[in-house]
Design a protein around this ligand. Structure first.
Ligand code: FAD
Length: 235
């Protein structure tokens, strides 16, 4: 099926630290009706020479015609180079939203969410869409260094909005003085999931394939239902 493309104007390209940028866009008026999405979906950004790269939409559907992406610039290939150099007023061409990673109405009251790096991008709008539903949400965010943590304020705000929301930031390469958990999020998530009733629990994963594959494997070893593990691989 042919891909439908839309145009958006760059409003802001904000470096959050050495690694992450947040880009804000506004859809061109003519394209507003073509761009509806579910929290968790992604778009394809058209680069030069018929290249495309996928990016999860990091904002809530309620914010349309404004929308955002969160990018990790460190791979530094064609996608990162194109996006990190965009300036306010530039125009970009993207596909309409795609993908099946989204909140599932499966009756779970415990949602365990795990993201590595900018895997946060697709988890964030999903969490925002359910904060007021009284579910137990436990979010694990895996990063390498303390300097990668560009913001905690939004996580603290989520805690205030929803008493059922908890989060943990887990660093794989912490500097001296880090008092939080260390290692990869994989085993921390699995230990937490073991304490929950499987029939009332769903797992949402977004980020690198190694993390997703290992969490799925460890959960299969404890007979956690694989059909309640929803995931989006970024690379
Ligand atoms: C569905 C989907 C959603 C995605 N959403 C996002 C998003 O929200 N934000 C985002 O930054 N990226 C996202 N990506 C990854 C993105 O599409 C590009 O792969 C990434 O920006 C690198 O592209 P590039 O052209 O700069 O580098 P390339 O030359 O294409 O890639 C260089 C290498 O970097 C690897 N790589 C890609 N991403 C990372 C990473 N984060 N950390 C380490 N290595 C990486 C690639 O596998 C490749 O080996 C998503 C990918 C998919 C499939």
């Amino acid at each position: 099926m042919a891909i439908k493309f839309v145009q958006s104007e760059v409003l802001e390209n904000k470096p959050l630290n050495y690694k992450f940028h947040l880009l804000r866009f506004k859809l061109k008026h003519k394209d507003e009706k073509s761009f509806s999405f579910k929290a968790g979906q992604f778009i394809l950004v058209a680069l030069e020479n018929s290249l495309f790269r996928a990016y999860s939409i990091a904002s809530s559907p309620k914010q349309l015609p404004f929308w955002e992406i969160l990018i990790d610039i460190t791979p530094n290939g064609p996608g990162c180079k194109y996006l990190k150099n965009l300036k306010p007023g530039d125009e970009i061409q993207t596909s309409t939203p795609k993908g099946i990673f989204a909140l599932e109405e499966d009756g779970a009251s415990n949602l365990v969410m795990g993201a590595t790096g900018c895997g946060l991008a697709s988890i964030k709008p999903i969490v925002e869409s359910i904060l007021e539903q009284g579910k137990n949400i436990h979010f694990f965010w895996g990063l390498r260094h303390e300097g990668d943590v560009f913001d905690r304020a939004f996580l603290e705000t989520w805690k205030k909005i929803s008493p059922g929301f908890q989060y943990e930031i887990i660093l794989s390469k912490p500097e001296n003085g880090w008092v939080g958990k260390t290692g990869h999020i994989n085993s921390h998530m699995v230990e937490h999931i073991k304490s929950l009733p499987p029939e009332l629990t769903s797992v949402y994963l977004c980020g690198n394939n190694e993390m997703i594959a290992e969490v799925k494997l460890k959960l299969s070893e404890i007979n956690f239902p694989q059909e309640r593990i929803y995931f989006e691989r970024h690379y």
